[in-house]
Design a protein around this ligand. Structure first.
Ligand code: SAM
Length: 324
């Protein structure tokens, strides 16, 4: 029997699925200046020629779940709300016996879909919003419509979903937005997480001049609020703090405060290629092994061994492909 636990006691408990690698936004961390969809496709399509059908997707999730007993699934992309079969897929994942289904979205289509998602069983959503200021937001997302994002966030809250906001902080681009974003989140009564920029995709071979550290984020917040650190939950990506005015924020600091040591995530891209670690671009197509649990376990165990012991080292994969 192959043990699906590595020598640091890590297991795959959460599966993050990139449903598609296309997105209506072209955020600067995902998409380089010379980006074309064809370029993204060629990277993602390297190992297969066709994105998975919903049937193939379900078969894969089921086989992996039988071995790893997944606790939750996060649907992401690309932009998961653009995925045509989203609602049937959510239903079929529940039929497998996985009920904790979460979503990461840019919220553009959330106004129309939030209630339906909640009713379908998606109780938790992470929403990416990198600025409150319209101009700053546009310069990052390269898509001019903050109003729809704000109304998407409001709709998610109204539906009853647990909402968390995520903002990637970049030097000279949106570091001015840390306090406005925190105040906006606190006003809504939701948590916000600030992310250190990761060297992924087109950023992998760069100097990462946009990098803005956890220390700098904390210092920006402390210029306005007193803060108190909260206890970190096992396998949490973020460390959290409470502010003197009752806000709660987290920082996902891959570089400054790495959290690989208890990472429990497995990722699958839209072509059915599985990745055990963000830092390792080696993916494994598991479809050929869905009826051979021993071989599948062997492959999963191999992916588990790819996890970094301590720290993320960057990757040529873009989050847009592997799923953020
Ligand atoms: N379209 C959805 C959205 O906007 O939330 C889901 C996919 S998107 C790739 C998910 C998130 O990944 C981004 O919003 C961003 O927070 C994160 N991300 C992507 N590239 C990143 C990078 N290089 N460094 C840090 N975070 C990144």
């Amino acid at each position: 029997m192959i043990k699906l636990e590595d020598n640091q006691g890590r297991r795959f408990e959460k599966l993050r699925i990139s449903l598609l690698n296309s997105c209506n936004f072209s955020c600067v961390y995902c998409v380089g200046e010379n980006f074309t969809d064809a370029a993204a496709k060629s990277l993602s399509m390297a190992a297969t020629e066709q994105p998975l059908t919903p049937d193939e997707l379900i078969k894969l999730i089921k086989s992996v779940h039988q071995l790893t007993h997944l606790k939750s699934i996060r649907l992401t992309g690309g932009e998961p709300l653009l995925y045509a079969n989203l609602f049937p897929l959510i239903h079929r994942i529940q039929e497998i016996g996985i009920f904790d289904i979460r979503l990461t979205t840019n919220a553009y289509y959330l106004k129309e879909k939030a209630t339906k998602l909640f009713d379908a069983g998606v109780k938790s959503v992470n929403i990416s919003i990198d600025a409150v200021d319209q101009e700053v937001f546009n310069s990052i997302s390269r898509h001019p419509n903050t109003a729809r994002v704000f109304s998407g966030i409001e709709a998610a809250l109204k539906s009853g979903m647990n909402v968390k906001l995520n903002a990637v902080i970049m030097r000279g681009k949106n570091d001015s937005q840390i306090i406005p974003l925190l105040d906006y989140a606190t006003g809504l009564g939701v948590k916000i997480r600030f992310l250190e920029l990761m060297k992924m995709g087109h950023l992998y071979h760069t100097e990462n001049a946009l990098f803005f550290s956890e220390k700098e984020i904390l210092s920006a917040i402390q210029s306005k609020y007193q803060i108190e650190q909260m206890k970190r939950e096992t396998a949490e990506t973020a460390h959290y703090w409470r502010t003197s005015n009752g806000g709660v924020f987290g920082i996902i600091a891959n570089e400054s405060t790495p959290f690989c040591h208890d990472c429990n995530r497995l990722r699958m891209d839209s072509n059915g290629i599985f990745y055990g670690c963000l830092s390792n671009a080696h993916g494994e197509k598991l479809a050929p092994y869905i009826d051979d649990s021993e071989k599948l376990a062997e492959k999963l165990s191999g992916l588990l061994r790819l996890k970094q012991p301590v720290k993320f080292h960057g990757s040529e994969l873009s989050m847009r492909n592997i799923g953020g």
